[in-house]
Design a protein around this ligand. Structure first.
Ligand code: SAM
Length: 217
C-alpha cells in the first residue's frame, strides 16, 4: 500500500515532471544545492551527533539520495552512498560503497537488517513519492538506537519535488517529515530544529533538521 492509500490528500505526491527520475538525474551535477552556511550547519549537526570519523566508533553510515559530497567533516569507518547518478557517487571521496537505485521505483534498500548506525538524507526527502516506505526501510537497516537525520532547506528542483512539499512553508515541511517518520512506525524521539540562525535579517539558506532514533523494541 502506498502513502496515497494511507491518507495523504489527493495529489500530494504528484510532481510537475512526472517522467522517470532516470532522465532528470542522468547528467551529473557536481554542485552544492545549499549555501556554505547551510552546509556547515549539516556538518556541525553530524559532528554533534557523533556521525563522522572523529570518534573511535567504527560506524557504518548510509547516505540516502547522495551525490559527490556527504557533508561529513571526517569520513566514518564505512560510508555507503545511494543515489541516482553513478558519476556523482563515484566522485564522493568518503564513500566506501556506492549504490545506484531509484527509490521512487524500488524503495526497498539492498542492505541487511540492523546493518547501519546512522542513515542520512540531505536536501532530498522532498523528491520521494514513497517516503514512508523508504523510511520504514531506513528503520529496518538501522540498529536499535541508530539515528536517522533528515535535513532540508527551502530550495529544491521544483519540477521534481512533490506537490505537498511545494504547497506548504518551512513549518509545514518540518511537520511533513515528522509525519513520515511517525507513519514509518519504528522511530522514537523525533526532534525538529532550525540549524541556521533564526535572526530576522538572516539572508542565507535556512537549514532544518529532523532527527530520530530507531526504536529499541
Ligand atoms: C538536491 S540533490 C542532493 C544531493 C546530496 N544529498 C547533497 O546533499 O548535496 C538530490 C539528490 O537526490 C537523488 N535522488 C533524487 N531522486 C532520487 C530517487 N528517486 N532515488 C534515489 N535518489 C534520488 C539524486 O541522485 C540527487 O543527487
Amino acid at each position: 500500500m502506498n502513502e496515497i492509500d494511507q491518507g495523504y490528500p489527493a495529489g500530494f505526491f504528484e510532481r510537475g515532471d512526472p517522467t522517470s527520475d532516470a532522465v532528470f538525474y542522468r547528467p551529473p551535477r557536481l554542485v552544492t544545492h545549499i549555501d556554505a552556511a547551510a552546509i556547515s550547519a549539516v556538518s556541525e549537526l553530524y559532528a554533534q551527533l557523533g556521525i563522522d570519523g572523529s570518534s573511535d566508533a567504527r560506524w557504518r553510515v548510509l547516505d540516502l539520495m547522495s551525490s559527490w559530497v556527504s557533508h561529513l567533516r571526517t569520513a566514518p569507518h564505512e560510508l555507503v552512498v545511494l543515489g541516482m547518478n553513478a558519476a556523482e557517487l563515484d566522485a564522493n571521496p568518503m564513500a566506501t560503497e556506492r549504490v545506484v537505485q531509484n527509490l521512487n521505483v524500488d524503495p526497498l534498500l539492498p542492505f541487511a537488517d540492523e546493518s547501519f548506525d546512522a542513515v542520512l538524507c540531505c536536501v532530498s526527502i522532498d523528491y520521494l513519492v514513497r517516503p514512508v516506505e523508504v523510511l520504514r526501510e531506513a528503520a529496518r537497516v538501522l540498529r536499535p538506537g541508530g539515528q536517522v537525520v533528515i535535513t532540508f532547506s527551502n530550495r529544491c528542483f521544483p519540477t521534481k519535488a512533490i506537490r505537498g512539499w511545494l504547497d506548504t512553508d518551512d513549518e509545514g515541511r518540518c511537520a511533513i517529515v515528522v509525519d513520515y517518520l511517525s507513519r514509518a512506525g519504528a522511530f522514537t524521539d523525533a526532534r525538529v530544529g532550525l540549524r541556521t540562525p533564526a535572526a530576522r535579517g538572516y539572508r542565507g539558506d535556512p537549514l532544518y533538521a529532523v532527527t530520530a532514533r530507531r526504536a529499541v523494541s
